[in-house]
Design a protein around this ligand. Structure first.
Ligand code: S3P
Length: 448
């Protein structure tokens, strides 16, 4: 089933060179944060380049339910009139975050220290994902949570009446957990401290500063220590959302493996906490150049020029790099299947609790397409081959990145690759089909 309707089966076929300009949508992480921080601010936040994928639209709706005024002005252009830190109203209805772990976890953090209750739910994928990683640190503030067995949604949170600031060391590398704690810390008096032994994406810290909070970041023996001073007055900002490197990954990887391709992907974020895929592809021998480096919306961005790279070689990706490419392993495993030699991806166990168990989803689909691989809980190994046979139906498991990864592989496999449901692609990359078609990729919808 697609996230919000009937399944949309899709097939990708061997395609000629991919050429042209790929304008990928706005960054998903920054889009969620722009709406949430806008809702927690006084005055108007004006956002341009917002990702209008279902995940972000669900967050916009949630912010309305908590009392913010959220208006779409034009394509990617939105205005938010916030209620201020601690100003969230109690929602009258259940908050449905659809497919989005980022949406629900950040919103839970944002409401956790306001004395209101809210009930959260999502689709079958989201309702099977662990929320204990959020409710454990939120309990330290005084927030109560009642959910289903195993800490799953649907779940009701009761915000702390008299929140206390916390000091929390992340037990897993997760920007969602870090962000939930920092957002909860906004309405607690005093300093809330988060320590992350491994650095994860830092958009929350950057944006909190941009909205007027005091956030100090220090490298310590325990890891990266972030200190937020509670109860700031956040004020509405202009946010120009850069293009999403995690979405850029799909046309970039496609161009690297489809013979004769040459594409440009303008204005992609090159935030070092998101850059692991590009570092890895360069090590594999990819022909990618980063042109016109500049700063947009507080993030480093560049225009990517990507050319077909016939001599890609397998590499080992170290554990320390995993967080900076956590969403890109599925499509990296596709490139690995088309490279010479073996690619060993280490530190990947967090992939097992994403929109799907992404190691299992990729492993079963790649095997069905004739690729050899091995997996342990935390290491994924893929053996490259001259041409992947394909000719299989793969299962997207309500996971946008699994669907797009197999459609990229189908552009170079001997026989077409079918994805049972491309519907989830709309959660993060609603323009994927049109964009890939414009580059020359043959991807079609099949009769259901
Ligand atoms: C995100 C954090 C990551 C990532 C997700 C977006 C964020 O999740 O996979 O797509 O915006 O903070 P984890 O925190 O579970 O690693």
């Amino acid at each position: 089933m697609s996230a919000h309707g009937t399944p949309i089966p899709m097939t990708a076929r061997a395609s000629g060179p991919l050429t042209g300009v790929a304008e990928v949508p706005g960054d998903k992480s920054i889009s969620h944060r722009a709406l949430i921080l806008g809702a927690l601010s006084i005055g108007e936040t004006h956002v341009t380049g917002l990702l209008e994928g279902q995940d972000v639209l669900d967050t916009a709706e949630a912010m309305r339910a908590f009392g913010a005024e959220v208006t779409r002005v034009g394509t990617g252009e939105w205005r938010v009139h916030g209620v201020g830190v601690g100003g969230f109203a109690e929602p009258e209805q259940v908050i449905d975050c659809g497919n989005s772990g980022t949406g629900v976890r950040l919103i839970m953090g944002a409401m956790a220290t306001t004395p209101i209750s809210a009930t959260f739910t999502g689709d079958a994928s989201l309702n099977s994902r662990p929320m204990g990683r959020i409710t454990d640190p939120l309990a330290l503030f005084g927030t109560q949570a009642v959910g289903r067995a195993g800490g799953r949604l649907p779940m009701t949170l009761v915000g702390a009446e008299s929140p206390v600031p916390v000091r929390y060391t992340l037990p897993m590398p997760s920007a969602q957990v870090k962000s939930a704690v920092l957002l909860a810390g906004l309405n607690a008096p005093g300093d809330t401290v988060v320590i992350e032994p491994e650095a994860t994406r830092d958009h929350t810290e950057r944006m909190l500063r941009g909205f007027g909070a005091q956030v100090a970041v220090e490298d310590t023996d325990e890891g990266r220590m972030i200190t937020l001073t509670g109860q700031p007055e956040l004020t509405g900002q202009r946010v120009a959302v850069p293009r999403d490197p995690s979405s850029a990954a799909f046309p970039v990887c496609a161009a690297l493996i489809v013979p004769g391709s040459e594409i440009t992907v303008p204005g992609v974020s090159r935030n070092p906490t998101r850059d692991g895929l590009f570092v890895t592809l360069l090590e594999m021998g990819a022909d990618i150049t980063f042109e016109n480096p500049r700063e947009e919306g507080g993030e480093p961005v560049a225009d990517l020029r990507v050319r077909y790279s016939p001599d890609l070689r397998g590499v080992e990706t170290p554990v320390e790099r995993a967080a900076s490419m956590i969403d890109e392993f599925p499509v990296l495993s596709v490139v690995a299947a088309c490279a010479k030699g073996t690619t060993v991806m280490r530190g990947v166990k967090e992939l097992r609790v994403k929109e799907s168990d992404r190691i299992d989803a990729m492993a079963r689909g790649l095997e069905a397409c004739g690729v050899r691989l091995e997996e342990t809980d935390d290491v994924f190994t893929v053996h490259g081959m001259a041409q992947v046979p394909g000719g299989a139906t793969t299962h997207s498991r309500l996971d946008h990145r699994i669907a797009m990864s197999f459609l990229v592989l189908g552009l170079v496999s001997k026989s077409p690759i079918r994805v049972d449901d491309g519907g989830p692609i709309a959660t993060s990359f609603p323009t994927f089909e049109g964009l890939m078609d414009g580059l020359g990729a043959i991807i079609s919808r099949d009769p259901a």
